[in-house]
Design a protein around this ligand. Sequence first.
Ligand code: SF4
Ligand code: SF4
Length: 206
Amino acid sequence: MIITRPKSVDDILTMLDQFPDANICVVGCGICARKAETGGEPQVRKMVEALKCRGVDVLDGVMVKHACSASSWESLAEENPAIDNADIVLVMSCGAGVSLLGRISDKPVLSALDTTSLGGAFTNETLEALCGMCGECNVGMFAGLCPKSSCPKSQMNGPCGGLDDGKCEVGERDCIWVKIYETLEARGLLSLLDEIRQPVSHNRRL
Ligand code: SF4
Ligand code: SF4
C-alpha cells in the first residue's frame, strides 16, 4: 500500500494559480489512497467543497478504481465524463496514479497528495515507511524492520550518535535501531547483527 498525505488547500490553490480560469475535476483513487483515507469518497467530497468555497470552478468529484492502472484515457472518460470535460484533473492518489494519468491525458494532471512511502495496513492502523523501494531487499536481516526506510539516515549497522533514550534525533519518532535490536534479541537472532552491511546502493533503484 502506498502511503500518501494531503497537500494543504493553499498549496493546491498555488498550483492552480498557474492555470487561470480553468475548471477542474477532482479524482479519488479506490485502492491505496482510499484505504489510507487520503483519497477516498469522503476526502474527494471534502476537497470539492473546500475548493468551491475558495472560488474554484469544480465540475465534479469522482472515484476511479485505481489511478495507477488504466486501459486507456477513453475508457476512463467514458466512465467519468467530468474527467474528460475538465480543463485540469486534480488527482487524490499517489504519484504513480498522477504520473499515469498525466501521461495518457492531453491536459494538466495535478497531485492533491504527497507520496511518502510504501506502507501497510494492520487491523485499523496504517503503517508508514515499511519500505523505501531500495531495489535490494534484505529487510529479513532486520526482523522486518527496515532501517533503509525507517531511519532518516538509513543507518545500516546500528544507531547513530543522535539516539537519545530510545528516541531519534530527527522528528518525533522512536529510533528504529532500538526496535531492531529488541526484536532480534527476543527471537534469539542477535548474531544477524554481526555482519557488516553495506550502505544503501542507490544504483540498485535505477
Ligand atoms: S530493504 Fe529495500 S526493498 Fe526491502 S523493505 Fe527495505 S527499502 Fe524496501
Ligand atoms: S537515532 Fe536511530 S532512527 Fe534516528 S537517525 Fe539515528 S539511527 Fe536513525
